[in-house]
Design a protein around this ligand. Structure first.
Ligand SMILES: [Zn+2]
Length: 357
């Protein structure tokens, strides 16, 4: 196993970063990388950038952008009733069936973090014919245990609500947590940049970005593509693992946890570069899987980066993930490791000479 700093993965998973409110997690990313990269930067929307190498267009080096989104799905407060119960709406595609029974954290405008629970009427008190009725978010509420007075004093409309941090190891390599989508991607970028910073190769030009607001429409990536304008953008995000019941391979393809990083062959990606990446993986015995994705286009930041300015060449890599967009996402550290190895090789092996061939 390569040297991975699991403490940093833990730290970003434990830092709430609901879409639009990613500042604390972004700062963690920059603080972690500042000692080993050449420069860091943050833009107006909150994308956090870490750079290695100087602009030297015209020579053999390629300018790479490594993108992973640091935002996680969550909520904001929209209404507080007279009894102090708090109503919320979604920031991103939360599966509403996973909400009742969950523990949440409300970040108040003063920066305080308060616990809450999203309870439910006991099943005994629900008439049998009502029990399987569809769940709707506006019929659910947060109970903080505080008095109505305390709730109104501390909590305001617009305050951010995140699922409580819950990272656990299920085995030596399998981890479960909320927000693995896409903190595993941010973690991978951090480890690749660390590795590149200690390499001897001084012709490398790479910008790693922890991008924001992916879950609400790839909004951070739009700005980041214009700002960095790389030769090649590489998106790293979680991907649907289909090694679970009720996920037919005939419909969704065959992607399994622990079988390596996923290389996407879809039209969000530049096919010539994707082929180079597949060859690098094969030649270096890096565990990998290939996917054409379940949709022809979309689902990651690659879709907007590809269409930025005059067009940017894109590659996208997936980390197999079970139970995406629930509070118990599940990934395998072995897949994360293979992604780190592959990305490092992509950046050190692909240069303009290879691209012209
Ligand atoms: Zn994602």
């Amino acid at each position: 196993m390569i040297d991975m700093d699991i403490n940093f993965l833990n730290a970003i998973l434990n830092t709430h970063s609901v879409s639009g409110f990613e500042n604390q997690a972004g700062k963690l990313f920059l603080d972690y990388l500042a000692p080993c990269v050449d420069s860091i930067d943050m833009d107006s929307i909150g994308n956090c950038y870490a750079y290695i190498g100087n602009e030297c267009k015209g020579d053999k080096s390629i300018k790479f952008l490594l993108d992973a989104h640091i935002d996680e799905i969550g909520f904001q407060v929209i209404y507080i009733d007279e009894q102090g119960y708090i109503y919320i709406r979604k920031n991103g595609g939360i599966d509403v069936y996973c909400i009742p029974g969950s523990q949440v954290v409300i970040r108040t405008s003063s920066g305080e973090e308060l616990f809450g629970i999203i309870g439910k009427k006991p099943i005994h008190l629900i008439a049998p014919e009502e029990r399987n009725k569809n769940i709707e978010l506006h019929n659910l509420w947060i109970d903080t245990g505080l008095s109505p007075y305390e709730v109104k004093k501390k909590i305001s409309i617009g305050d951010v609500v995140a699922w409580k941090s819950n990272m656990i190891y299920l085995s030596d390599t399998k981890i479960s947590s909320k927000g693995l989508d896409d903190k595993v991607g941010v973690y991978i970028i951090s480890q690749v940049l660390k590795k590149l910073s200690s390499s001897e190769n001084d012709s490398i030009q790479v910008c790693g970005v922890a991008s924001v607001q992916e879950e609400v429409g790839n909004r951070g990536a739009i700005i980041c593509g214009h700002k960095v304008n790389p030769d090649i953008a590489i998106c790293i995000d979680v991907d649907f693992a289909t090694d679970v019941p009720d996920c037919p391979k005939t419909k969704y393809g065959d992607i399994a946890l622990g079988k390596g990083v996923v290389i996407h062959r879809s039209i969000d990606n530049t096919s010539s570069i994707t082929s180079l990446v597949e060859n690098i993986a094969k030649e270096n015995n890096i565990k990998h899987q290939v996917s054409a994705r379940t949709l022809a286009v979309g689902g990651t930041n690659a879709v907007v980066l590809q269409q930025t300015k005059d067009g940017i060449m894109t590659i996208s890599l997936g980390i197999p993930c079970r139970y995406m967009h629930t509070p118990v996402e599940l990934c395998d550290l072995d897949d994360i490791e293979s992604a780190i190895e592959l990305l490092y090789l992509i950046i050190t092996k692909i240069n303009s000479e290879i691209l012209i061939k």
